[in-house]
Design a protein around this ligand. Structure first.
Ligand code: NAD
Length: 350
């Protein structure tokens, strides 16, 4: 029996806690804003240390989705969901089937897709019980979003290179990637073919070894990857990694990666700027997956060519954000935060 109870959180439209002790299910669904449309956001399965940690994460992620949708110009709002558990060891199917019931209770205000710890196959499982599922492996669906996410990040890495070195070429540039899952592994491949040298890390040593072997990448311990001596750091795993403790120790010149909520606090964007490190705001650079999933709801259904062209625009968008930031002596995060405020206030893409 799935228990669904509302958790009142100021600033959020709806947050629910989803529990079924008989199968070990404990999770949350957070809807931050439906100002621009129903909330579309991934389901994360992660071994959170506590209920508060999971709740905090889902709130930050849902809020980030509102910003991401607003900047990407898709007609969706911000939401996200999490389930507590280690995706490598739990039996996901019963948890997903029970979670689908909670998604249904929101009657389409929240549409789920994949995120860290979930795969397109997991979306197939959810879809057997819920129609509010995107990014399935079917002809009428947009499929695995991570290939578009990774491509958008790659375009973002090039935009950072251009801003730093007046050339988007990555030949000989050293890129350090944290996390080699759906997004990080595909980014590694793009970077490899474009001549970059890679330093990589994953808490799963098998993944790290495999990517290391494929691309002759230097594999480092997960505790060292953020502080690797590199040109560009690409965080593609967890959030909150750019913070008061880590920022003074960074040895990169730019940051361009796929992880959501990389800044632990908004002020950390300014801290990076003060250290002379160019940061590509996460919800701009990693919007490819959202753009892909949103395309599924376009008239005529998903079209990978249209999606690719929209995702390609992430590069020029970032370059203009960097230009404005330089002109106004503000951080790129400050520029995009102001853009989000404007878009939400005036509903520019409704
Ligand atoms: P994933 O679960 O496929 O991969 C994450 C990888 O990171 C795993 O291999 C895991 O072992 C590794 N990892 C976890 N903690 C680590 C650590 N401390 N150090 C090194 N490696 C670690 O997830 P994904 O879909 O690749 O997503 C990665 C990030 O990108 C997440 O923050 C996610 O929210 C974000 N994101 C993903 C998409 C998408 O399309 N999948 C879209 C936008 C944003």
């Amino acid at each position: 029996m799935v228990l669904v109870q509302e958790v009142p959180i100021p600033g959020f439209e709806k947050v629910i806690e989803v529990i079924d002790p008989s199968i070990g299910l404990h999770g949350f669904i957070a809807i931050h804003s439906t100002t621009c449309g129903p909330a579309l956001g991934g389901l994360r399965i992660f071994p959170y240390g506590s209920r508060d940690e999971a709740l905090n994460d889902v709130l930050n992620l849902a809020q980030g989705m509102t910003s991401k949708s607003a900047v990407a110009g898709v007609k969706f709002g911000g939401g996200k969901s999490v389930i507590m558990g280690d995706p490598r060891s739990i039996d996901k199917a019963p948890l997903l089937l029970a979670f689908a019931e909670a998604i249904n209770e929101l009657e389409g205000k929240y549409i789920v897709a994949e995120d860290m710890g979930t795969t397109p196959m997991d979306m197939e499982v959810l879809q057997t019980k819920s129609k509010y599922v995107a990014a399935l492996c079917q002809d009428t669906s947009s499929g695995d979003p991570s290939r578009f996410t990774a491509w958008g990040i790659f375009k973002g890495v090039q935009a950072v290179a251009e801003a730093l070195w007046d050339s988007s070429s990555l030949v000989g540039k050293i890129v350090a990637i944290q996390g080699l899952g759906s997004v990080g592994s595909k980014l590694a491949e793009h970077l490899f073919w474009h001549g970059a040298r890679l330093i990589i890390s994953d808490t799963d040593p098998v993944k790290a070894h495999e990517i290391g072997r494929l691309y002759k990448a230097e594999v480092v311990d997960p505790s060292k990857i953020l502080f690797a001596d590199c040109d560009i750091l690409a965080p593609c795993a967890i959030g909150g990694i750019l913070n008061d403790e880590s920022i003074p120790l960074l040895r990169c010149k730019g940051i361009a990666g796929g992880a959501n909520n990389q800044l632990r606090e908004p002020k950390n964007g300014l801290d990076l700027m003060k250290r002379g490190i160019l940061y590509a705001p996460d919800f701009v650079i990693n919007a490819g997956g959202l753009i892909s999933a949103a395309g599924e709801f376009d008239v005529g259904g998903p079209n990978p060519i249209v999606t690719r062209d929209k995702v390609n625009a992430i590069g020029p968008l970032l370059r203009s954000i960097f230009t404005f930031a330089a002109l106004e002596s503000r951080s790129p995060s400050q520029i995009v935060d102001a853009l989000v405020d404007q878009k939400l206030k005036y509903g520019q893409h409704k």
